[in-house]
Design a protein around this ligand. Structure first.
Ligand SMILES: Nc1ncnc2c1ncn2[C@@H]1O[C@H](COP(=O)(O)OP(=O)(O)O)[C@@H](O)[C@H]1O
Ligand SMILES: [Mg+2]
Length: 143
């Protein structure tokens, strides 16, 4: 597990951009953190690494956004997928076992259906250290 400290949004994007070097076709990144933690900011950094031109924002009304850069990047928001049955998620497998790079906000809601060996990125605030302070933990799961 790697641990990073970020003290502003740009730093989170830079950490993500650097992390993106380790991604390849079919990689899945689970983004865990409260509202406003920086999951979308992190996604922006990854998208930047892949030279995505599209605007990156939480796909709150669509579940998934597709961005096209050097590689195809799929950006999910699983916030409203809480309590969905695994059977109802077959359509997601096409993404998670496909060739694009998948980033999933609120991934804990669909952890059961993530493929083995996904990257888990946890972003934590610490109010005692200021509004902009974030701890970012990155690990590749074995699941
Ligand atoms: N260190 C930091 N890393 C990421 N975002 C930060 C940081 N400090 C402040 N922010 C702000 O927090 C907010 C994070 O928003 P966003 O990335 O949309 O969060 P989420 O997708 O997790 O809800 C942005 O307004 C951003 O400018
Ligand atoms: Mg978001």
């Amino acid at each position: 597990m790697e641990r990073f400290i970020s003290t502003c949004e740009q730093e989170t994007r830079d950490i993500a951009k650097n992390f993106a070097k380790t991604l390849s076709e079919g990689s899945v990144v689970a983004l865990i953190g409260d509202l406003g933690a920086g999951k979308t900011a992190f996604t922006k950094g990854v998208a930047e690494f892949f030279d995505v031109d599209d605007d990156v924002s939480s796909p709150t009304f669509t579940i998934v956004n597709e961005y096209n850069g050097k590689k195809t990047v799929y950006h999910f928001d699983a916030y409203r997928l809480e309590n969905v049955k695994t059977d109802d998620c077959d359509w997601l497998d096409d993404y998670f076992f496909g060739n694009g790079i998948c980033l999933v906000e609120w991934a804990q809601n669909i952890e059961d259906i993530l493929p083995n060996g996904y990257f888990k990125v946890e972003i934590k605030k610490d109010p005692s250290k200021g509004d902009d302070y974030r701890e970012i933990f990155i690990e590749k799961t074995e699941k």
